[in-house]
Design a protein around this ligand. Structure first.
Ligand code: EPU
Length: 427
């Protein structure tokens, strides 16, 4: 086991490149199951969630080649192998195997997914969609069993705007008979990316990126080549980091339109941002202003960036309120920021951050992926050395973070934990 060490308090500059989108990758890879010939995806991030999905594709009989971010999945020998336990528990997005395997094989057994602990994360809307398409869905000893004689298109209104349910229903519906309409669909760019791949495979999908998606089922899907979109959450993390400690940081491989809510909020706080085609240049402005944030579904401010933004706000002029309307309990990073001298209160779904404190280096633990990003940013802002454990969370979603930040001049490194430290962490 390793920990991260950061010597904070130094300004960073230079350029940093954003990798392919994690939350697209985890859906694009399972989508390859639906094809009848090999599918190639370019630009995948080098993260453990992608490695886990590669292993899952192989476990069900797929032939996978993965080199330099390019993965080719040959699904011709795949079977609907039950996956009640094991790797599926490692990532939440393993729920996409339900939609893809149900769509292709009309049956699937998938253990209830793991992933970040952000409070309750039900999948009732996914199941409602599968049932509407004609599947029988049961929960037996912690695994979801899905079976259907045939899948038939249906009209599905999502009671909650859900990225996962929208994509999962698309995956199950592309090979169903007739038309499926998803109403109150989520509009995140990752949904458009998955729809683009499926369309290139021969699917008929209209309206991805709006709140009504229409899918006309086809008999077969074929292989194709697809380039993944850049990770807007990784880009947003770097923008916040640049606002916190940057003396001019060029963020490369960005779709600026995906980050308009974040750009607007940072500008409101006084951060200087120049936007080009696929790049952004961000500098820490003088005297950061306090701002309030409310997370919303896309195109609102993303819940995945409220934790990193909280770290930044510890040095704002005044008091800020961050409210998470998507995951009301996504505040596990706050206790850790307090260890670093942060003055933050949590009240219900909100964190109230008293700015103008100087964070101090401390030993902290990442409880989830974006909490990890928040602590890395805090560590770079803090005086002294910060030690971050729980790196398995960060490694799930940030590709080569240490190398990328070292490239900006950060003093950050990984160190093996002693046996005693590992025991302490477990207790
Ligand atoms: N929800 C339900 N029922 C459902 C599905 C969702 O009540 O059947 C609720 C959730 O509990 C939550 C809200 O609806 O309150 C939105 O959840 P959504 O389904 O959109 O989340 P998700 O698809 O499970 C994805 C990302 C998350 C990101 C959320 C919100 C992936 C693999 N994960 O999760 O990303 O926070 O959308 O944008 O795409 C991360 O990257 O760190 C991360 C957690």
């Amino acid at each position: 086991m390793e920990k991260l060490k950061i010597a904070g308090g130094y300004p960073l500059k230079g350029s940093i490149r954003v990798s392919g989108a994690k939350n697209s990758a985890v859906a694009l890879i399972p989508a390859t199951i639906l094809a009848d010939s090999p599918v190639t995806i370019e630009g995948l991030p080098d993260i453990s969630d992608v490695q886990t999905l590669q292993a899952l594709m192989e476990e069900i009989g797929g032939q996978v080649r993965f080199e330099d971010g390019e993965m080719t999945v040959d699904p011709r020998q795949m079977v609907s192998m039950p996956l009640p336990n094991g790797r599926v528990k490692k990532l939440r997005a393993s729920y996409y195997l339900m939609g893809a395997m149900l769509g292709k094989f009309k049956k699937a057994v998938i253990g209830l997914p793991g992933g970040c602990h952000l409070g309750p994360r039900p999948i009732d809307q996914h199941i409602k969609g599968f049932e509407a398409l004609g599947a029988k869905v049961t929960n037996e000893q912690g695994a979801i069993y899905l079976r259907a004689d045939e899948l038939k298109g249906a009209r599905i209104y999502l009671d909650v705007v859900s990225v996962g349910a929208t994509i999962n229903i698309m995956l199950a519906a592309v090979l169903a008979k007739g038309r499926t309409v998803i109403e109150n669909a989520a509009k995140e760019p990752e949904i458009i990316d998955v729809a683009t791949l499926l369309t290139n495979m021969g699917a008929k999908i209209k309206g991805a990126g709006t709140d009504i998606i229409r899918i006309d089922g086809v008999e077969h899907l074929h292989g194709c080549r697809h380039t993944i979109i850049p990770d807007r959450i990784e880009a947003g993390t770097f923008m916040i980091l640049a606002a916190a400690v940057g003396e001019g940081i060029l963020i490369d491989n960005v779709i600026p339109q995906h980050l308009e809510s974040v750009t607007a909020k940072l500008r409101e706080a006084g951060v200087q941002i120049e936007v080009a085609d696929d790049q952004m240049f961000v500098s820490r402005g003088e005297g950061l202003k306090a701002v309030d944030i409310k997370t919303l579904v896309y195109p609102g401010f993303p819940t995945d960036l409220q934790q990193p933004f909280t770290s930044l706000l510890t040095r704002a002029n005044g008091s800020s309120i961050v409210t998470d309307t998507i995951y009301g309990a996504r505040f596990k990073h706050i206790d850790e920021l307090r260890r670093m001298n942060g003055k933050i209160k949590v009240e219900g779904r909100s964190a109230i951050i008293d700015g103008s404190v100087q964070l101090q280096g401390a030993k902290v633990k990442a409880s989830d992926l974006r909490a990890g990003a928040a602590l890395v940013i805090a560590g770079l802002m803090a005086e002294g050395v910060t030690e971050v454990t729980g790196l398995e969370h960060i490694d799930r979603g940030y590709s080569h973070l240490v190398e990328k930040l070292s490239g900006l001049g950060a003093t950050i490194w990984r160190e093996k934990m002693t046996q005693e430290e590992v025991e302490q962490l477990k207790s």
